[in-house]
Design a binder for this molecule. Structure first.
Ligand code: CP3
Length: 339
């Protein structure tokens, strides 16, 4: 089996840097769009055969990839909690009703991942069987702040105004909500490991909107609960967020064997500030639209900056953007193989 990913996550020596891409299954692939044309996002996430099929698309198209990531979404936990979720073409996800009060919190259902999130767990079992050891399979879920932002705003957000206002003006409700979200994510990730996920990633995509003081007080304790809950689960853990140049040390404190960083910070600086951690990410997803020589130069720069650091997983600093030329995804993976 190709276990480069798991070795790098444990900071063991590897012959070559492993590479995978966040959102490697998605709209930039014609093969994905062909299936998506006939199914809603909710249907794709809740039909194990469909989720398994699109998970495997990038692996079959790009044998250079060193990992698969299960096709699902951060927000799949919300419908079983009693929140209506729809993905709209223009605005992204819409959650209804958004959480405004203690009363809304009390109405949230406590979920049982084995039962309520069975389609994702079944998709993991199918993919493990079909991969047959070709590459490891990554499971994932959301960190409490990023999940809370969708639940409180009811959609994607730029300023996180409602979320931050709830956080500062209703600390007790905030604590209850964040605790519930941390417990939900921990249970979901442990169930994914039991179903066959070989590494798990916690996405805190939007936590870079917080100052270090607010992160320390209002987000870190809850994210730490997740990593404490995963201790001893037997698989490496990844803690990913964007906009974290001022938060890196605190993120490391919250947990994760691997810390995922975006492109706003030099990767070797992140590595220096996170002793003992493996590092993932850093290539700006927008660069995948650039001419190949420029793209390859950036790939080389990241590899050069990390050549003496044990534990490097090549990835983008955030997910692949729709419209990305698939041949450039392949070119990045090939460049890494060629070194
Ligand atoms: O990486 C992978 O290939 C696995 C699939 C994956 C999806 N979502 C599928 C998806 C993963 C890892 C996610 C995580 C996710 N979901 C995050 C964290 C990563 C990040 O991008 O910050 C977030 C914030 C979400 C919530 C979410 N899901 C939003 C805001 C949107 C709408 C914006 C968009 O990109 O369309 C989604 C929808 C979504 N999740 C799509 C996919 C492939 C697009 C749905 C479609 O086909 O129309």
């Amino acid at each position: 089996m190709n276990d480069l990913l798991l070795k790098a996550a444990r900071r063991e020596p590897v012959d070559r840097t492993p590479v995978w891409f966040m959102r490697q299954a998605g709209r930039y692939l014609a093969e994905y769009r062909a299936i998506r044309a006939n199914h809603s996002m909710n249907e794709m996430c809740s039909t194990p055969e469909l989720a398994a099929k699109v998970t495997l698309q990038p692996i079959d198209l790009f044998p250079e990839l060193d990992a698969a990531i299960i096709f699902s979404d951060l927000l799949v936990i919300f419908p079983p909690m009693g929140i209506h979720l729809e993905y709209t073409a223009g605005e992204g996800p819409v959650l209804d009703p958004p959480l405004k009060s203690v009363g809304d919190f009390e109405k949230l259902r406590e979920i049982n991942p084995e039962k309520d999130l069975a389609p994702t767990l079944d998709a993991i079992r199918i993919v493990r069987r079909e991969l047959d050891g070709r590459v490891p399979l990554i499971g994932f879920a959301g960190a409490p702040f990023t999940l809370a932002s969708y639940l409180v705003e009811g959609s994607s957000s730029k300023n996180f105004l409602k979320t931050k206002t709830l956080m500062t003006s209703e600390p007790e409700l905030w604590g209850k909500l964040m605790t519930r979200l941390a417990e939900t994510t921990t249970g979901f990730l442990l169930a994914q490991v039991a179903a066959g996920a070989q590494m798990v990633q916690v996405f805190d995509s939007w936590v870079g909107a917080l100052s270090p003081d607010d992160y320390r007080e209002h987000a870190l304790p809850y994210t730490r609960r997740i990593f404490e809950g995963l201790r001893g689960c037997g698989v490496p853990t990844v803690h990913f967020a964007t906009g974290t140049a001022t938060l890196l040390e605190l993120m490391g404190e919250a947990g994760g064997d691997v810390i995922g960083v975006d492109w706003r910070i030099p990767i070797d600086e992140a590595a220096r500030r996170l002793p003992g951690k493996a590092i993932m990410g850093n290539l700006d997803p927008a660069l995948l639209f650039s001419p190949l020589p420029i793209l390859e130069k950036k790939v080389d720069e990241i590899l050069d900056r990390m050549k003496d650091h044990p534990g490097h997983i090549f990835n983008l600093g955030h997910g692949i953007l729709p419209g990305t030329p698939p041949e450039n995804v392949r070119a990045v993976a090939r460049r890494i193989h060629a070194r």
